[in-house]
Ligand binder design. Structure first.
Ligand SMILES: [Zn+2]
Length: 347
């Protein structure tokens, strides 16, 4: 694999980051000086559909595989960071109602953090995937100054994930449900068109951020409305799920329908960030997800649109940053590793 040779002193140590997804695990190694020893995706099948036992074994395989790949002796590993999709408790107990990726009954209420800790015999630090990506964005952006800053990240995917970082640490909340930004309800004035139906979210809320700023929101709410406004658009001939996925490609070509939909998403995220501005007044607002992989002119337009839709006071404008979350595919594993490093070696 393509990576620089690392030189270690016998006293140096590392943490491992494991990102658990619906189909794959991704693994990385972070050393005590804050350097990642892997520059690319290192994946293995996650086997979550085979149930908890198989999935924990697959995570152990990912752990052993990444140590082998980086020639890291087990004795140097101080802790392991793990992230999974939510909903789960602050300490990695999968929701008692299950979750999209964990739909077998044996997953309901399963302590994946505790099970991996027992399997590996090492401390395991848990975050949900949105929080892990938020933590990575924060530390990548601020570097050594991370403990002096706060940030909020919105990650647009199938749903809308993200997280809130305060003084370099993820805000977890009493039940582990802080930073569920997708289900924050926003004022819809100035977001929706006259006569546009109020978007509905799978969580039961109407008009929350995810009901607009997510692939699910496009499919269920935005596209069905906007197609009626563009009756001659070719996407009228496609099944709605396929049309929703194709929309970003149209956006990159400045298609009017696509820009109307993504413009609404940007406004919704701007409303969310306006709430954040009045709630924790962060130093940085990060935007991640599929949009990071879009063509540069389109993703810059999207980021600018979010910034324009975020109402900041002059004092806030002078200090706040808007930026894209880098390294989309690796953000989870890297953020999980950062959390483990922070636990072993507090900021
Ligand atoms: Zn919701």
């Amino acid at each position: 694999m393509d990576q620089a040779e690392t030189v270690r002193t016998p006293s140096s140590w590392v943490v491992v980051g494991l990102d658990n997804g619906g189909t794959c695990n991704n693994a990385t190694v972070l050393d005590a000086t804050g350097q990642f020893l892997v520059n690319n995706l290192v994946e293995n099948p996650s086997r979550v559909l085979d149930g908890p036992e198989s999935a924990v074994e697959a995570l152990a395989d990912a752990f052993n595989g990444i140590l082998q790949l980086t020639s890291t002796p087990l004795s140097l590993v101080r802790a392991v960071g793990l992230d999974t999709p939510g909903p789960a408790s602050a300490h990695g107990v999968i929701s008692s109602k299950g979750a999209t990726n964990f739909n077998q009954v044996s997953w309901h209420g399963f302590d994946i953090r505790g099970a991996l800790e027992a399997r590996l015999g090492l401390p395991v630090v848990y975050n949900n995937d949105g929080n892990a990506a938020a933590l990575y964005a924060h530390h990548r952006h601020f570097g050594a100054a991370a403990p002096e800053h706060s940030s909020v990240s919105a990650i647009v995917g199938t749903g809308l994930g993200g997280g809130v970082v305060e003084a370099g640490q993820v805000v977890r909340g009493a039940a582990g449900m802080a930073g569920e930004l997708g289900h924050v309800q926003i004022p819809l004035h100035g977001v929706l068109e006259d006569g546009q139906p109020v978007p509905q979210c799978n969580c039961g809320f109407a008009g929350d951020v995810e009901s607009i700023a997510s692939l699910t929101g496009i499919k269920n709410n935005l596209l069905p409305y906007w197609l009626t406004r563009f009756p001659d658009h070719p996407l009228n001939d496609e099944p709605i799920a396929k049309a929703a996925k194709a929309l970003r490609g149209y956006g990159e070509k400045d298609d009017a329908l696509a820009l109307a939909v993504f413009g609404q998403q940007a406004k919704a995220i701007g409303k969310l960030f306006t709430i954040a501005a009045n709630f924790t007044d962060p130093s940085a607002y990060f935007l991640g997800g599929g949009v990071v992989e879009a063509e540069p002119h389109f993703r810059q337009w999207f980021l600018n649109s979010v910034r324009e839709a975020t109402a900041l006071r002059d004092e806030q404008k002078a200090v706040a940053t808007f930026a894209l979350v880098p390294d989309r595919d690796m953000a989870g594993a890297r953020g999980a590793a950062v959390a483990a490093l922070n636990q072993v070696s507090p900021l």
